[in-house]
Write a new protein. Sequence first.
Lengths: 240, 242
Amino acid sequence: MLKRTADFLVSLKTAIWALSIVIFLFFAGSLIVPDNMEHLSDINDVLLFQWLFGSKPSVSWWIYALLAALTFTALNIMVCGADSLIKKLSPRRFLQSISPQVIHLGVLLFLFAHLLTASTGLREEVLLKEGGTARFSNGSGFHVEKVMAEYTSPTETFWAVRGRWLNAPGKEEPAVIMPAKPAFHNGLWLFIKSADPDTRKVSLMLREDIGALWALAGVAVFTLGCVLFLSGRPWKTEKP
Amino acid sequence: MYYIYYLLFTATLYALSVTGGRAGRLFLSAGLLIHVSFTAHRTIILGDMPVTERLDVLSLMGLATMALYLLTKRKRSIKNIEYYMIALSCFFVLSAVFYSPIDSVSQFMRTPWFYLHSLLNVLSYAMLGLGAALGVVFITGGDEAMERLQYRHTLYGWIAFSLSLLTGSIWFFLAYGSYWYWTSKELWASLTWFYYGIYLHARLLGGLKGRPAALIGALCYPLLLFSYFGIGTVIKSPWTQF
């Protein structure tokens, strides 16, 4: 029984079936999402698991199925990877045997990151005027000293916010926030969403996302794995 | 309207280069010159790399496809590959005609991560297009070396595509506070990535070779094209700009 289970988990056919199911569920989701925007409008604004527990089953069934399929795929990757390392790892073919597993590790880290992001974190939005102060639910705060918002052309705007993080008295930290250049402090990210040149009001978003750092680690490991894999020139060992 | 003339002229010259011989080489050189000068023109107008919206990205995809075809031609002679690669390049260039230029760049996109994401995306479309073309060459009577080349270029292209998705995630997090959004664009891009993954695993480990491998590998490309053209038109998505 145990051997049959192990053989099933290390089988390439199992992997291909699992990936095929994942593909089908992504396809189903790509059709369901645009036709159900009234039920899905806030899916990207709250934690996924929080959203799922309050969701309509006809709209979210594919996400539950996708979670299950990706969990099985992750298990399959781990078992296949371990099996491959045990059977194929050798000093002569070190690069060829280790590099695919480094790629798989990167994928696993990315899946793990998604799991963390779906289950933990913080997201709050606030609208502030120049001179305004925001206090967030985790006790942190941000004071806006200056809002820079101007039209650089009829179709382009320039936004920037200068302010300071409010920690303990005497430990305030200055920050400048621009689009795609958020402020980072103590695991918290502060993003600019928009700024109004006329009213000098700015919309900011606070994010705490532990998964983001794990995703970055996944990117680094995956990239390393790809470089190692290409260095091994896998096409050269093919028999014509 | 200047862009329409640039792009139509480029596509016409590329198409005429199929005639081959000295005339073909002249047409190709002229087409490349005009295409590169259009890219330079757009760079000057934007004051930035032309990688932020559809017209420019599609034009770059056409340029990258043509550049890759020329590099491949220098290394080896592949019968009939020019028809597929020139047709693909013309397809990208002519598709660009249907989009109006946006002569400004959002501050959210003025970041190295977005440039890297977009350039890797362009490169991956060209590489994977070459892979698909090699598969078609093999199926229509080429030798086995074509199928092996298809696998190799699809592998390169998939890695570039993967890195494009990953740098795109990094950019999206820095711009919008999240590295994943539940929209049709992300779902279809992921679906395409996994499909290529199946092909590569089956090819490398599963003994998939010959015509079945070439066919499965070539069929990945229409999925990729749909993720760019179909999402936002056939399947609704908020991400229609790029």
